[in-house]
Design a protein around this ligand. Structure first.
Ligand code: FAD
Length: 468
């Protein structure tokens, strides 16, 4: 059967970008239809990304701290893991959030259509659901928020249940004895941390010379040191050349300095990046330019090359992060509703929720060097932080990247527990154009990890020299 709908604004994709855009447009008085192929709103982030991974990482953190406290006089006995109960709890967290979105959509009279949408013209999208029903949505303006999907390696036997991507890893079907994580980026390392704490012997292989490629080396060093101690192996500068499913395990071949030629694992998680979904929606039928990778380019108003069609989130480019999608979604919706709104910040914080966490924002030493910008840094090592030591941790550091002539803060990087929360202060400081002096003069509560930001500013000023 087929039905048709007419709306002012259609939003294709119900992830953080899409639902934000839909809700904002509705709040501004537009009639809105929101299309997603999942029955639960929230996209990758809520269903199979940010939220389930953070729930499992919380469990991992509790396990890790319980074990570490045994060396400090507190014993609980060996932790046992009930994987079904843990999965149930994680699914409950996700369900609470996605269910909340359904309520918010209803309250705003945003009409949701479940199914796969494709452009059939510059003002029409056809949505096909699993049961073969189609809905044609005619729109005045569209916001494309179709997100991204995991990159697939051509030589990997994905039909074997022992091989999975991040979505499969988050399903928590089993705890493999020996797990290989292909890809030492943020997603791979977060999943590695979960499975390590749940009892897998984890190995990580990364093509680049360091895990979390691109981040400043000094921020990654404490994380690399910790996981090298904890995991069976962390092979960097190493590529995977073959993955073969055999009855006794998954045999993986490597090419690199430190890795063996082949090794066998009980499961393999492939986390080698994500590709945008722009190539899957017949965008050309609507006249939209999509590049060969599947990205849709937009201007600072989130407008595509077609005036009445906007695009937001992972499908418009890196960094592929939920908070970027949310801000872009708001901008697109405001423009679709007739306002004039722009997204012009380069300040998008990145966080790896590993242990220790790694977070950075604005200019890094790497991006400064690549752009030929002369910067200075103030680095405060957490070995001199009372709060850090009282958490049993001494490997963190807080770094401010500062413009030499003016003292203006251009960027910040933090590694250590709670770095993801701490980066917010630096982000706000940079957004407000703060000088290092402003942060140094700000009174931070003692003893907190946030003090390390003030201290890093003082290190740059030269008012703190002997740290410990
Ligand atoms: P998505 O969330 O990808 O949503 C797009 C939606 O559109 C999906 O539901 C998709 O099924 C649907 N869709 C696609 N094509 C169609 C179509 N043709 N018709 C109908 N529906 C369609 N980011 C963070 O900021 N913090 C984190 O901690 C974090 N952790 C992550 C952990 C994992 C394991 C993964 C995989 C990602 C993580 N991310 C994280 C990234 C984050 O999930 C994405 O950046 C974010 O979801 C992008 O939002 P979006 O709105 O662009 O699209």
């Amino acid at each position: 059967s087929s039905t048709s709908l007419t709306t002012q604004v259609v939003v294709l994709g119900g992830g953080p970008g899409g639902y934000t855009a839909a809700f904002r447009a509705a709040d501004l008085g537009c009639e809105v239809v929101l299309i997603d192929d999942r029955p639960a709103l929230g996209g990758v982030c809520l269903n199979v990304g940010c939220i389930p991974s953070k729930a499992l990482l919380h469990a991992a953190k509790v396990l890790s701290e319980a074990r570490e406290m045994q060396e400090r006089g507190i014993s609980f006995g060996a932790p046992t893991v009930d994987i079904d109960a843990l999965r149930g709890w994680k699914d409950g967290v996700v369900g609470r959030l996605t269910g909340g979105l359904t309520g918010l959509a209803r309250k705003r009279k945003v009409q949701t259509v479940v199914g796969v949408g494709r452009f059939t013209g510059s003002h029409t999208i056809e949505v096909a659901d699993d049961d073969g029903r189609t809905t044609t949505v005619s729109f005045e303006q569209a916001i494309v928020a179709v997100g991204s999907r995991p990159v697939r390696l051509p030589f990997v036997p994905y039909d074997d249940p022992r091989v999975f991507d991040s979505t499969g890893a988050l399903e928590l079907r089993q705890i493999p004895k020996r797990l290989l994580v292909i890809g030492g980026g943020i997603i791979g390392l977060e999943m590695a941390a979960v499975y390590h704490e749940l009892g897998s012997a984890v190995s990580v292989v990364e093509l680049a010379p360091q895990v979390v490629p691109g981040a400043d080396a000094d921020l990654i060093a404490p994380l690399a040191a910790r996981i090298s101690r904890q995991y069976d192996a962390v092979w960097t500068s190493t590529s995977v050349t073959a993955v073969d499913a055999t009855p006794s395990g998954i045999t993986v071949s490597f090419s690199g300095e430190s890795a063996p030629a082949t090794a066998q694992f009980d499961a393999v998680l492939v986390a080698v990046g994500r590709v945008p979904n722009g190539g899957l929606i017949d965008a050309e039928v609507a006249g939209l330019d999509v590049d060969e990778r599947g990205f849709i380019s937009v201007d600072s108003q989130q407008r595509t090359n077609v005036g009445h069609i906007y695009a937001i989130g992972d499908v418009v480019g890196n960094p592929m992060l939920a908070h970027k999608a949310v801000h872009e979604g708001r901008v697109a919706a405001q423009n679709a509703a007739g306002q004039s709104s722009g997204f012009d910040t380069t300040l998008i914080p990145s966080v790896a929720y590993t242990d220790p966490e790694v977070a950075w924002v604005g200019m890094t030493e790497n991006t400064a060097a690549a752009a030929g910008v002369d910067v200075e840094v103030g680095v405060f090592p957490w070995a001199a932080s009372g709060r850090s030591l009282s958490l049993g941790r001494d490997e963190g550091l807080t770094k401010l990247v500062v413009e030499p002539q003016t003292g203006r803060i251009l960027g910040a990087g933090i590694v250590g527990p709670a770095a993801g929360e701490l980066i917010a202060e630096a982000t706000l400081a940079i957004e407000l154009g703060a000088l290092a002096e402003d942060v140094a003069l700000t009174v931070h509560a003692h003893p907190t990890l946030s003090e390390t930001l003030g201290m890093a500013a003082e290190v740059w000023e030269g008012t703190i020299t002997d740290l410990y």
